[in-house]
Each structure stands twice: as C-alpha cells, then as structure tokens.
Design a protein around this ligand. Structure first.
Ligand code: HMG
Length: 447
C-alpha cells in the first residue's frame, strides 16, 4: 500500500495575545495558578481586527505553498475544517482559494473544495478524507491541502473564556510524506452527546464539567477500538502521544487514563504492584460506585509514581508547549500538539525517524478518533523551517480593555465599527477588508 501522510505543516497564530495569569486572573479575582497550574495555560491567541478564519487559513496555506514551492495546479483538493464558519452554504475553502489565487499564477479551478464539520475532530477527519482520496488513486498525482482554522471564542463570562484561542494549521497530505505516515488502523468512540454545541449561534453552549467526562469516555472507547484492529498498545510504543488539547490540564487527565489502560496486565503493572498495588478490577467490587471510587484512589497513587512521571514528562508534556501559550484552536488543536512534540524533539536533538506517535483527536458532540503515525526522514527539516516562535514573540499583548474591544469586534451580533484601529500593522499577508454586495466577506493581500 502507498505510504500517505503529512508532507508539510505550517502554523499561523492570531496576532494578539491575552496574558491569563497577569491580565485575565486579576480581573476575574482568581489565583493566577488556577490558569498556569490548574488549566496549564499561560496565554491565548486572538485575531487582530483584520484577521479571521479565512485570513489565518490563507496565510498558513501561503507559507506552506511558498516553502514547498507549490503552484495551485499541484493541489487537487482543499478541505477546510472549522467550527467558526460564517456561511451555511459557501465553504471557507472557496474564500481561501480565492485569496491564494490573488498571489499565485494559475488557479484551483480543478481542485475539489469542501468544508468539514464535527467540532474539533474535523481537522483529523479532513486528513482522513485526503488519505482516502489518495489511496483510492483519485488524486492524479496531486496533493491535498487541509486547513484547520478557528476563532475559538466563548461568550464573555463563560467558564470557557479562559480557554479561548485563534489560529490556523495548514497541512499538505501526500504520497511518500516527509513528516509522518498515517496508519491504516483507526479507532473510534462516537456517541450523540450535548456537551458543547452551537445551534445557530456564534458562541458555544457548554456543559464544561460534562464535556471533560465525555472527552475521556469517548477517548477510552476509541483506544479500545484502535487496539481491536491494531495491537495492544504499551506506553513505550510511542515517542509522543499528541491529544486534542482544549487546555493542557485536560490532557493530563487523558494521559493518566491512557497510561493506566496501557499498563494493565503488563510488566509495568507488576513493577508497580509493591508500591501502589494492582489496578482495581470491576468483578472484585459489589457496586459500580465502589469500583469507581477504588479506581480514583488508584489513579491518584499512580500519577505520583516515578514510572508514570517519567513517562508523562517524556511522552505527553512536550505536546503541550505550544498549546499552553496559544489556547484552544479547536480543529487545529491536536495538530498543534503533534507539531509541539516534533519541535521539542528537534530542539532537544531526539532522532525520531521510524518512531511512532499515537494521535488522539476529539470533537464535542461527540467523537474521538485514534490512529498511529510513523515519523519520516524529512520531519526535522520541515519542523525546523517553522517560524512559529517569531510569530509568538511578535504578538501584541492586550490590556483588559483592549481584550474587551477585540472580543466585541469579532462578535457577529455586536455592531462594532470595522474601522476600529488595528493593534499590529499587517505586512505580506491576507487581510479582511469588509463586505461585498451579497454580504460576502472580502479579502486582499497586503504587501
Ligand atoms: P472552571 O470551573 O473555571 O475551573 O472551568 P475549575 O474550577 O474546574 O478549575 C480548573 C482546574 O484548575 C481544576 O483542576 C482545579 O482544581 C484547578 P482539576 O481539579 O480539574 O485537575 N485549580 C487550581 N490549581 C492550582 N492552583 C489554584 C487553582 N484553582 C483551581 N489556585 C472548565 C474549567 C474546563 C470547565 C472550563 O474552562 C470550560 O468550560 N471550558 C470549555 C470546555 C472545555 O474546554 N472542555 C474540555 C473537554 S471538551 C473538548 O475538548 C472539546 C472542545 O475543544 C470543543 C470542540 O470539540 O469543538 C471544547
């Protein structure tokens, strides 16, 4: 079977930032450590006044096309994954293609364009569609451009407000990929849930605590489903495990649950028996409640063991570095986690070629997907070419009143003047310029 996977990655962050411990926490009257230690978040990215899902997606895609020296006819498919779309009919991919056609010779006339929606898991689903399209031999030698782009804003005062973020990840899916090859095996955990949804509204209705339980339940089912078609996973099988990261604290919980699952009936459980005992087994308990209480106690003990800490620090923590400073990018979030891990490996001189990643995606509503990836020869060059650190350093640090204004500017129902002054001067990028006669959004490239 042809090797298919991610050949190139580019990231575009919203150009503004909100400092959570120093700007957000004091106004909310919270201990800053609720954010840095509890949620694991230091800052969130926000779009400047002229940025939106189209500009961020098009800018990420342009960086990718420039670095890979691609022309429009090299691309046979453009899929945009987003849960921040502003049009029920015309897909965001058409706007992004229109932007790119302003700056490249030729066009995307013969590319299949679409938009994918399933909360945050849609980015991974778009990669999946591209994978299938290539494996089916329908790509005529062309690659697919997958763009995950979101402005993850919550209503002011919602508990989710601390976990906002904005940015785009562009990925080129191709044969013989340079970064990672995708496994054919996949696992799913999918149920009709109402943990987080946006029924014809811009900001989500969220049951935050329940959303965390649903995330963990669907992720466990997806792992079991993956194992049923792949192999019984072991913690040492994977160099990194990037998860969907609404905030790093969520991934701490997912990592612990995954570790407990993977070590059951292995030499690691034997090793830890003297220290914390064996894992509770349900048949040994009279009621489900008793079993669950015993599991909670056991997990508390497990997470303090050196064996777990060492695994977590090596396998999970590096996936969280970028998220902790940009917040939740919804569809892009798990792809940020993968990039963060690869960037960490490049910076610390880890040789990853041939190593495996286990990737856990999640979208509210709800569905988790798990697959494996094998790191390819070209991963390091690709990751070292990213300019994400420069972008992060250049972000404008918002004061509280500026944050309130930016939130209003991006709220559809608020009549905020489009002429609100920008915070950063745009340069060599696509910008939003206003609305056309059919209420379409309009964009242009600024030199
Ligand atoms: P909250 O009620 O403000 O926070 O909302 P909390 O009181 O639960 O505190 C958060 C953590 O900080 C807790 O840790 C506290 O103990 C700790 P935990 O007990 O859970 O381990 N804490 C402190 N730690 C140290 N020092 C302190 C301190 N104070 C507290 N002083 C909540 C948190 C996540 C509910 C909220 O932010 C929210 O509603 N977020 C949005 C929903 C969300 O992100 N859900 C995640 C799973 S669903 C998902 O991932 C899908 C999603 O991406 C959407 C999609 O798919 O499209 C959201």
């Amino acid at each position: 079977m042809t090797a298919v996977g991610i050949d190139a990655i580019e990231i575009w962050t919203g150009k503004l930032m909100l400092d959570l411990p120093n700007t957000f926490a004091p106004v909310k009257g919270d201990d800053p450590e609720k954010y840095t230690k509890g949620l694991g978040l230091y800052a969130s990215s926000f779009p400047d006044t002229y940025e939106d899902i189209v500009t961020m997606g098009a800018n990420a895609a342009k960086q990718l096309m420039d670095r890979q020296d691609l022309k429009p006819t090299d691309i046979g498919r453009i899929d945009v994954a987003t849960e921040s779309a502003f049009d029920h009919s015309k897909p965001v991919s058409t706007y992004i293609a229109g932007c790119l056609e302003q700056v490249y010779e030729g066009d995307f006339r013969h590319a299949n364009k679409g938009e994918r929606k399933f909360a945050c898991v849609a980015g991974t689903q778009s990669i999946d569609d591209a994978y299938n399209w290539i494996q089916a031999g329908r790509n005529r030698g062309r690659a697919a451009l997958v763009i995950a782009t979101d402005t993850a804003l919550y209503a002011r005062g919602d508990p989710g407000e601390a976990t906002q973020g904005a940015g785009a990840v562009a990925m080129l899916i191709d044969e013989d990929p340079s970064v990672v090859e995708l496994s054919t095996e996949q696992g799913y955990g999918s149920m009709d849930e109402t943990d987080f949804l946006k029924p014809n509204q811009q900001f989500p209705s969220v049951d935050g605590k329940r959303s965390m339980q649903v995330y963990l339940a669907r992720m466990r089912e997806a792992l079991e489903d993956f194992e049923s078609v792949a192999w019984d996973t072991h913690p040492d099988d994977f160099a990194y495990i990037p998860f969907h990261t609404p905030f790093p604290g969520m991934v701490r919980k997912a990592g612990l649950l995954g570790f407990r699952h993977m070590i059951r009936d292995t030499e690691i459980e034997d090793e830890l028996e003297g220290e914390i005992g064996r894992q509770p087994r349900e048949p040994d308990f009279e009621t489900r409640e008793d079993y669950e209480a015993a599991i909670r106690d056991h997990m508390d003990d497990l997470k303090r063991t050196d064996r777990y800490r060492a695994w977590y620090d090596a396998t999970i923590d590096p996936t969280l570095e970028l998220s902790s400073t940009v917040g939740n990018w919804y569809t892009g979030s798990v792809h940020i986690a993968r990039t963060s891990a690869l960037r960490h490996a490049a910076e610390t001189g880890v040789d990853l070629v041939g190593s495996k990643l286990l990737v856990g995606s999640y979208g509210s509503g709800a569905q988790a997907e798990i697959h494996a990836e094998t790191v390819q020869d070209g991963w390091k060059d690709e990751i070292q070419g990213l300019n994400i650190d420069d972008q992060l350093d250049a972000r404008y640090d918002l004061s509280w009143s500026e944050y309130e204004l930016v939130h209003d500017v991006h709220e559809y129902d608020k009549e905020t003047d489009i002429d609100v002054e920008e915070f950063t001067p745009p340069s060599e990028e696509f910008v939003f310029t206003g609305w056309g006669r059919m209420n379409e959004r309009r964009y242009e490239y600024v030199e």
